[in-house]
Each structure stands twice: as structure tokens, then as C-alpha cells.
Design a protein around this ligand. Structure first.
Ligand SMILES: *Cc1c(COP(=O)(O)O)cnc(C)c1O
Length: 471
């Protein structure tokens, strides 16, 4: 399997070459040259497989530069009941007639990002050992991504993590999750400033090419193809649990921010998994809902990006969206460049409303969308508690609301549960008047010793810290 760039760069790469990279050299995103097609006999065989073996089968179609026995061992080591809480790994439960929740949030940090990040940690360790290389991951987080990365990379050979976060701005639970890690290769850096300051620091350090090369700086952001690929697996696992045979269609609703999660659903559908509809659920930051309703993609500025009670969906532009649009415009890199380089660069938006391709988003590709507000989230959390004695987090609540607006009679609707409610306790308290129960392993974590340094919002200070902790 070879990988190409959405923007038309002539080079083709193998999986392990793009594993440790971010963007393609021309600024595009990597995609496989074609999507492997799954026939009904293969689907029938896969239906019976445990999750780790299913992951191996799917990954094998996209990864041909890791020996199968090694890849199989990596999958087996990643997707265990010990790490993800159950043998099913992503258990499905029916909430009401035809509406299901797929639990993706029982990994170490209680959000779905663990599903991909845990695999990435093991792939990184494997590939770095094979190359005899080291990597220093520098990131900025306001919560979910940073903790998922730290729990995936802790104790891994060849990898260090330097994670910046805005001092005092994460929830006490999220701070405790990250800062209580005592592993020598994990470095928490609390920046006196806001999240944007942290992101600016990461950019400034990455733009210092000499520093970047000398200290082998890398990232683990959501455009990484390996993360997306890992997420394809749970669409298959969810499909098998929601159906008794492989001729039945299933729809999925996905609480969305950077379009990574739902893009994995798109890939599963392109491979031939019988997915009826993919519903993109957004909050007040509705750039994606606007596109699927109108054909206009308009990225937002900082002032138009709202801080909401589903903060992991608070995005101004969706970094994986280019992958879907590439397929939408018939994989034509010239058209893609016009949209993402010329139009977005010049006007901050592009308009496909009059283009025949736009009709295909809903038609051929099965996309729908929805939007929720804070009031919707509170109402959904209360309603789900009252009618089904089930607590959902605010992101999953956004999903449930959008899902109910897009039901097709006779087609199961699977809503992806992207976090557990305890991670967003303040909103649960606002909705229900009490804190959700917390899993045993997180009891009392706020009282654990904290491992964190405080630095000013200054890239030079962060560089000095990295240099000092790299030998
Ligand atoms: C990251 C995240 C999302 C958004 O996922 P994307 O892949 O960026 O679309 C939704 N919910 C939660 C809880 C998250 O952590």
C-alpha cells in the first residue's frame, strides 16, 4: 500500500515513512492510493473475530512494511480488557428502540482518543527501536489530546513527551490525570497563559528547523494517518454488534471537531462496510454543519470560536476535512489545491454549493449533520438520565441530539460515546445537580503528588527546558 498527498506531491510513501510525519511536504494530508475493498465473505469472517484480531486484519490491508507477526503482536498488546475495561473493547448497548451507544471511552483517559493513541504509542516504540532513533513529542493541550498522548507514551523507549497546557485552566480532574504521572519520559509544562499561547509556542519551536532537527521534535496531532486508521476498526466492531448479518445497513453519529473520528467512518464506508448515513454532530462551533447544510466551508477566526461545554469540539477549522473533500472532488489534486490553498488562503472560505460534487456529500457519501447548543446538551443529559438511567458526557449528548434528527426507520443508529461524564463533571452537575460516579482507578487522584513545571509563555524558555531534559 502506497500513500499520496491530497495536494498532488509526486512522491509515494509507505506506512512507516508517514507514521512519524505530520503533513506531506506540500502541506497536504496523506491518504492511501486506494481503499481496499471488503467482500461479503471477508465481512462474514471478521464478524467472529475478537477486537485485537479484527484490528490486525484491517491494519494489515494498509500496513505492508511491518512483518505480520509483529503487527499482530502490537495489536494484541494494545487492545486488551486490562486497558479498555471489557473483552469487547468497544461494547454496544441499546438506549432506546434502534438507538445505540458504542462505548469508546473506557481506555486509560476516559475519552475515545485512547483507542488510537494507545496503538500509536506501541507503533512508535516499535518503529523507533527498529531505526535506532528517538523522538521528542511536543504538544499543546487543553485536555483530552494531551492526556491520551501521555498515557500512550508513558514508559515507552525512545519517546519523550513535552506537553504544554494553560496553567490553571484545565479541570482539576484533567490536571490530576496528567500531572500525577511520574514517568521520567513525561514532562508536563504549565504555561502562564491561555491555550493559544501554548499552540503558538509549539508552532514557534517547530518553525525553528535547526532546533527541530537537533532535538528530533515530533507531534501526535489528529492528522496523523495511523490515528485515523486505528479508528476505522471500531466502525466495523460497532457494525457487527448492531446487526445479526452483513446485509443490514447501520448509521453512525459522531461528535465532531477536527473531523478525524468521522473521517474514519468515511474510510470504513469506502471499504464497503454497509454504512447508511454518517451524521456529523457539532456544537455552537458549527463550521462542519454549515458545510453539509449549505456547501459553504467557512473557517472561523478566534473571536468567532466559542468556548462551549463540549470543549473538545471547539474548533475554528477541521484539520482532517481536506481528506474527505479530496474524495468528494474525485481525488483531483488541482481542484483540491484551488479550494484549500487558493480559496481558503485568500477568503478563508470556499463555496461548493453550485458544484455537482456537493450533492454527492449527502448522496454518494451518505453524510448528514446536526448542531447543538448548551441548552440542548443539558436537556439531552437530563432526558437520557431520566428515561434510560444512563449518564452521558456533553460531547456524546451533542451526538444523541443530532442522531435523533436523522433516524431512518429500520436502520440502527449507533452514537459514538466519545468521553465519560466524569471528565466533564461541571456540566453534569449543572444538568443533574450531582457529580457522576468516577471509576475506581481515578478515586482521589487530585491528592496525588504532581509532576509539572511552570514556565512563562515564551518559546525560548520551553526550548531551554527541552534541551536540558533531552540527555
Ligand atoms: C477529540 C474529541 C472529539 C472530536 O473528535 P474529532 O476526531 O476531532 O472530530 C469529540 N469528543 C471528544 C470527547 C473528544 O475528545
Amino acid at each position: 500500500m502506497n500513500y499520496l498527498s491530497t495536494r498532488g506531491h509526486p512522491d509515494r510513501k509507505r506506512f512507516c515513512e508517514i507514521l512519524l510525519e505530520g503533513l506531506a511536504p506540500d502541506g497536504g494530508l496523506y491518504l492511501p492510493e486506494q481503499y481496499p475493498q471488503i467482500d461479503t465473505a471477508t465481512l462474514a469472517k471478521w464478524r467472529k473475530l475478537p477486537y485485537a484480531e479484527l484490528a490486525f486484519e484491517i491494519l494489515s490491508l494498509y500496513i505492508d512494511d511491518i512483518p505480520p507477526a509483529d503487527l499482530k503482536a502490537i495489536c494484541a498488546k494494545t487492545y486488551t480488557a486490562e486497558v479498555f475495561g471489557t473483552d469487547e473493547i468497544v461494547p454496544l448497548r441499546e438506549l432506546e428502540d434502534g438507538v445505540y451507544l458504542e462505548a469508546l471511552s473506557n481506555g486509560p483517559t476516559l475519552a475515545f482518543k485512547d483507542m488510537a493513541m494507545q496503538l500509536l504509542g506501541n507503533l512508535f516504540e516499535y518503529e523507533l527501536a527498529r531505526r535506532g532513533a528517538e523522538l521528542n513529542i511536543l504538544g499543546a493541550t487543553s485536555g483530552d489530546t494531551g492526556s491520551a498522548a501521555e498515557y500512550a507514551m508513558r514508559g515507552k523507549k525512545g519517546v519523550r513527551v513535552f506537553m504544554t497546557s494553560p496553567d490553571g485552566r484545565m479541570s482539576p480532574f484533567q490536571q490530576a490525570q496528567m500531572f500525577s504521572l511520574q514517568d521520567a519520559n513525561i514532562h508536563n509544562i504549565a504555561i502562564t497563559g491561555v491555550f493559544d499561547d501554548c499552540q503558538d509556542i509549539v508552532k514557534a519551536v517547530s518553525n525553528d528547523l535547526a532546533f527541530k532537527r537537533k532535538y528530533r521534535i515530533g507531534t501526535v496531532n489528529s492528522i496523523n494517518w495511523a490515528r485515523l486508521l486505528a479508528q476505522v476498526v471500531y466502525y466495523f466492531a460497532g457494525y457487527f454488534q448492531a446487526t445479526a448479518s452483513n446485509d443490514k445497513p447501520v448509521s453512525f453519529t459522531v461528535p465532531s471537531g477536527n473531523f478525524g473520528n468521522v473521517c474514519a467512518g468515511h474510510v470504513a464506508r469506502m471499504m464497503g462496510l454497509p454504512i447508511h448515513t454518517l451524521v456529523v454532530a457539532t456544537n455552537e462551533n458549527d463550521v462542519l454543519d454549515e458545510f453539509f447544510r449549505t456547501g459553504v466551508y467557512r473557517v472561523r477566526g478566534a473571536v468567532d470560536t466559542h468556548e462551549t461545554s463540549s470543549p473538545s469540539m471547539d474548533i475554528s477549522k477541521a484539520s482532517n476535512f481536506e481528506r474527505f473533500v479530496f474524495d468528494l472532488v474525485g481525488r483531483d489534486p488541482a481542484r483540491l489545491r484551488k479550494l484549500f490553498v487558493d480559496d481558503l488562503g485568500l477568503n478563508g472560505s470556499f463555496d461548493l454549493s453550485a458544484d455537482p460534487a456537493f450533492a454527492q456529500a449527502a448522496g454518494r457519501f451518505g453524510f448528514r449533520s446536526g448542531r447543538s447548543t448548551h441548552a440542548d446538551r443539558l436537556a439531552t443529559i437530563r432526558d437520557t438520565d431520566k428515561r434510560f438511567a444512563t449518564l452521558v458526557d456533553p460531547h456524546t449528548a451533542d451526538g444523541l441530539k443530532a442522531a435523533r434528527e436523522q433516524l431512518t426507520p429500520g436502520v440502527p443508529m449507533v452514537v459514538l460515546e466519545t468521553a465519560l461524564p466524569i471528565k466533564f463533571a461541571a456540566t453534569l452537575v449543572e444538568a443533574l445537580g450531582e457529580e457522576p460516579a468516577r471509576p475506581k482507578k481515578f478515586e482521589g487522584i487530585e491528592a496525588l503528588p504532581k509532576r509539572v513545571v511552570k514556565l512563562p509563555a515564551d518559546a525560548e524558555a520551553v526550548k531551554a527546558y527541552i534541551a536540558e531534559h533531552c540527555d
